[in-house]
Ligand binder design. Structure first.
Ligand code: SF4
Ligand code: SF4
Length: 247
């Protein structure tokens, strides 16, 4: 790719980052040579710089040309290209570490000792890479969808998320397309009706934050260990509760 001195520095930096990612993938898959390079030239008439670049040795390509059509979504086309490159790779790899700057793929490492399964990160994720499990307290992740934007890490109140830029190719590339569990916990059961609600960590965190509140003092402190329904029932059936009509 040709860049001249007239290009904005931010544009040149973004191009350089994206090429570094592309090179990491191609080199990691065993393709020899330099496939991507920035040709720095004063302007389009800088023939010396262009000549030098054109004399570079060709890089190693795939044995069979790709047969897929370009998709409407750029990322869908990128996925097909990655699959094609990986299928013909001179060197099979399960994982390729990518540069942190500009990496479009990657995993998350969740510190399960800190994670309370509050699921704030699920709401923050714009790519549906993170999801809950409607039946169990779990945080699930589909690596293929993750664009490494970092919104989840910035949202997590426990600072439990670390980004891990990489291209994961285990199980023929199927592993990164399948949901896996990053964090899970035993459900916490309401002390009144035994219905599961939240997790032990989430309830303990809530008690830590609300335990000093005047509404949860004395016997009322037990309400923090009750599900939402039982909390309401306890407030309305407790004869010791102060009512508005008593004031
Ligand atoms: S990783 Fe952070 S935001 Fe996500 S569920 Fe765990 S504590 Fe909540
Ligand atoms: S880094 Fe971005 S895309 Fe990936 S899981 Fe977090 S919020 Fe979703």
């Amino acid at each position: 790719m040709l860049v001249t001195g007239e290009e904005a520095p931010e544009y040149r930096r973004a191009l350089a980052e994206q090429m570094a990612v592309g090179r990491a993938i191609l080199t990691g898959l065993g393709y020899a040579g330099t496939h991507l390079a920035l040709i720095e030239a004063r302007d389009a008439r800088d023939l010396a710089a262009l000549d030098f670049a054109l004399r570079s040795a060709p890089a190693q390509g795939v044995k069979t040309a790709a047969g897929f059509a370009v998709q409407a979504g750029k990322r869908d086309t990128l996925e097909l290209a990655i699959d094609h490159l990986a299928a013909q790779a001179p060197q099979a790899r399960d994982e390729i570490t990518l540069p942190a700057a500009g990496a479009p793929f990657g995993s998350l490492v969740v510190d399960t000792a800190k994670c309370t399964l509050c699921l704030s990160c699920v709401g923050a994720c714009p790519e549906s890479a993170l999801a809950d499990n409607p039946d169990l307290p779990q945080l699930r992740f589909i690596e293929k969808n993750c664009v490494q934007c970092g919104l989840c890490a910035g949202t997590c109140p426990e600072q439990a998320i670390t980004l891990q830029p990489r291209l994961w190719l285990a199980d023929g590339g199927r592993a990164r397309k399948t949901a896996r569990v990053l964090a899970q916990a035993e459900p916490y059961r309401c002390i009144r009706c035994s219905k599961p609600f939240g997790t032990l960590q989430a309830v303990e965190a809530m008690i830590g934050r609300l335990g000093a509140h005047p509404a949860f003092q004395g016997a009322a402190a037990e309400r923090l260990r009750m599900c939402g329904d039982c909390r309401v029932i306890d407030i309305h059936t407790n004869p010791a509760e102060v009512r508005i009509t008593d004031l």
